[in-house]
Design a protein around this ligand. Structure first.
Ligand code: AMP
Ligand code: FES
Ligand code: ZN
Ligand code: ZN
Length: 314
């Protein structure tokens, strides 16, 4: 297989795009495509201050690398979740994120949940167990809250996450199985700023997971290979496997599933729901972040639960 650009030996063959590239041209192609998606979806301009949420994984470290190479003003945020049983997942991902930032002279903010709130994810998960919450939903709630808090407090215009196509297609698949009128309209590459929250963007949403793995490896980025131990056996991994089986039989099916959804929403498929989802929100009486509830938001309820009380998570 030869590189489409220079004719040298290709190292990456993307059947879904009918495109093979050598290392040099692949490392150029990914940032060029990212720049194209940033423009196409109106993600941000050159003067905006970006906060990239980095987990130490291949996607978010590659995202930080790409945005920096494209010349954006982009700092990192790492949230220490305290998931350290066994392989020391959080410690190792923090070490690799810090190393990445130090080697490139980039600014990294580190927030430790234990230090901030006196409880890490395993402890918060224990507290909320009575409410049948899975660790990932507790963790998702904490990450969302902290990303919003730091972006807002430190005056960033945009919060960027490393979600890739496999992540987005799996979420879309789950929301489609339940035809969620609440969640389907909200799944977008860009969520505009609202009620004091920064704009949220997913610049890698059109790249396959294996494309990001290839980018991180060819670029020589050192990242954590292990998945979060809590994600093993999760529904999202199951959906990803199902979609990979489909993709193997029909290259491009995953991308087409996602892009046709974006196209349908562009053409007004969810116009009615979008209007109702812009209904006014409340501001949390404790932390001030927007919430559906009149009183404390779900995060503040979770943090405030005494350990012997039943879960108050809605
Ligand atoms: P996940 O929810 O683990 O699939 O991660 C999705 C995205 O959230 C990643 O690509 C990162 O941008 C961000 N993220 C996940 N974990 C962390 C973390 N511990 N600190 C900062 N950002 C994170
Ligand atoms: Fe949060 Fe796994 S990273 S539960
Ligand atoms: Zn080439
Ligand atoms: Zn709150």
């Amino acid at each position: 297989m030869k590189c489409k650009t220079c004719g040298q030996k290709a190292v990456v063959n993307m059947r879904q795009h009918k495109l093979a590239l050598c290392k040099e041209h692949y490392l150029e192609w990914i940032p060029e495509q990212t720049a194209r998606f940033i423009k196409k979806y109106w993600m941000f301009g050159p003067d905006e201050k970006i906060l990239a949420a980095v987990s130490g994984g291949k996607d978010s470290l590659s995202l930080w690398d790409i945005l920096h190479r494209l010349g954006y003003q982009v700092d990192g945020l790492y949230i220490g979740l305290g998931i350290d049983e066994g392989i020391g997942y959080s410690q190792e991902s923090q070490r690799l994120t810090k190393k990445f930032a130090d080697e490139r002279g980039l600014k990294l903010h580190i927030v430790d949940i234990q230090k901030e709130y006196g409880a890490d994810i395993p402890a918060l998960e224990d507290k909320s167990k009575r409410g049948q919450d899975k660790p990932c939903s507790v963790c998702g709630l904490v990450k969302r809250h902290e990303m919003n808090r730091i972006a807002h407090n430190l005056g960033y215009d945009v919060l960027a996450t490393g979600h890739n196509l496999d992540d987005e297609a799996a979420v879309l698949f789950g929301n489609t199985l339940s035809w969620s009128r609440e969640l389907l309209p909200r799944q977008k590459p860009v969520l505009p700023a609202h009620d004091g929250l920064a704009k949220k963007v997913k610049p890698l949403c059109r790249f396959y997971e294996k494309e990001m793995t290839a980018y991180a490896m060819l670029r020589g980025i050192e990242y954590i290979y292990e998945e979060c131990p809590y994600s093993i056996g999760s529904t999202s991994i199951y959906y990803k496997e199902l979609l990979n089986r489909l993709e193997n039989e029909r290259p491009g099916a995953k991308l087409s599933f996602y892009l046709k959804f974006l196209d349908a929403r562009e053409k007004g498929l969810f116009a009615e729901q979008v209007e109702s989802s812009t209904a006014p929100m409340f501001n949390c009486s404790k932390c001030g972040q927007p919430t559906k509830y009149d009183g404390e938001c779900s995060f503040c309820k979770l943090i405030g639960i005494p350990s012997d009380e039943p879960s108050l998570l809605a």
